[in-house]
Design a protein around this ligand. Structure first.
Ligand SMILES: Nc1ncnc2c1ncn2[C@@H]1O[C@H](COP(=O)(O)OP(=O)(O)OP(=O)(O)O)[C@@H](O)[C@H]1O
Length: 260
């Protein structure tokens, strides 16, 4: 599903500071987009607007040509965040099945919960409760829950950031496999320069508040990508330089950006 954002401006109610200022973007259907920018610049706010959890002050958001700016909880959109938000009294399968209970008329489940768990490598754990699963496994359950929703847009707010590096890499590989299979439009918020280059078709760099898109980079590298891939480091350097020059302190770690 394609996304068109026109002159999007946003401030939180009661706040005098503008978080997002005049954002204009076109994201074609099936693109994997990473959004990077210093801590607090407005990345999650942009996702919340796309999800319909917030409404713009000015501007419009169109999903597949339809104005969705004033709609809440658009059914085409699924969300995944840093916390897997599993219900502890439900098994993995029951957690995955949960969104189906709230499915609106007309929308169909893409996969059965059992099949979704199999796709993320957890077929043997479907009867386990969350507290018996590692952090990485819990995020796999959350990924399976995303799959059953059959959404055309996946909004991913640093979903693997709380995991160790190796688990994060495994899970992002699983995510890439799923994306290549289903081709949803993915908007992926990250603090990691390497992760953005490894995963995305396109990287949008946001400035500090009021956030604007200061760089729009197409990553023209074949997948799978790793740090030693030809051309990889040129993108890393480009991103690092853009983020460095946008950072008021000139210190990327201080701005919450990881160079790994
Ligand atoms: N509910 C809210 N009410 C008022 N201000 C908010 C609210 N949520 C976020 N903000 C402010 O909006 C700005 C952008 O926040 P947001 O969470 O979108 O940034 P972010 O780039 O996702 O940050 P991080 O990288 O640290 O997660 C921040 O200044 C934040 O303090």
């Amino acid at each position: 599903m394609e996304i068109l954002i026109k002159n999007l401006t946003f401030s939180y109610p009661g706040s005098s500071s503008t978080v997002l200022q005049e954002i204009n973007l076109y994201i074609p259907s099936g693109q994997f987009v990473a959004i990077i920018g210093q801590s607090g610049c407005g990345k999650s706010t942009l996702l919340r607007l796309l999800a319909g959890l917030l409404q713009p002050i000015h501007g419009e958001i169109h999903l597949n040509g339809k104005d969705a700016s004033l709609r809440s909880n658009h059914p085409a959109v699924a969300w995944m965040a840093q916390s897997p938000a599993l219900l502890p009294w439900l098994t993995a399968r029951q957690n995955v099945a949960l969104p189906l209970r709230f499915q609106r008329n007309g929308s169909t489940a893409l996969l059965e919960p059992e099949e979704a768990l199999e796709r993320v490598g957890l077929a043997a754990y479907s009867d386990e409760y969350p507290h018996h699963l590692s952090g990485g496994m819990q995020q796999r359950v959350a990924l399976a829950r995303l799959l059953v929703q059959g959404a055309a847009i996946w909004l991913m707010d640093e979903p693997f950031a709380a995991l160790d590096e190796l688990t994060r890499e495994h899970l992002s590989n699983t995510l890439l496999d799923l994306w290549q299979w289903l081709h949803p439009t993915v908007i992926w918020v990250t603090h990691h320069i390497y992760e953005a280059v490894r995963l995305a078709d396109r990287i949008l760099v946001l400035s500090p508040q009021p956030a604007q898109v200061i760089e729009d980079i197409t990553v023209a590298l074949p997948r799978p990508r790793h740090e030693n891939s030809r051309g990889f480091n040129a993108y890393v350097t480009q991103l690092r330089n853009t983020l460095f020059s946008a950072s008021p302190s000139g210190d990327l770690a201080h701005a919450g950006i990881s160079q790994q």
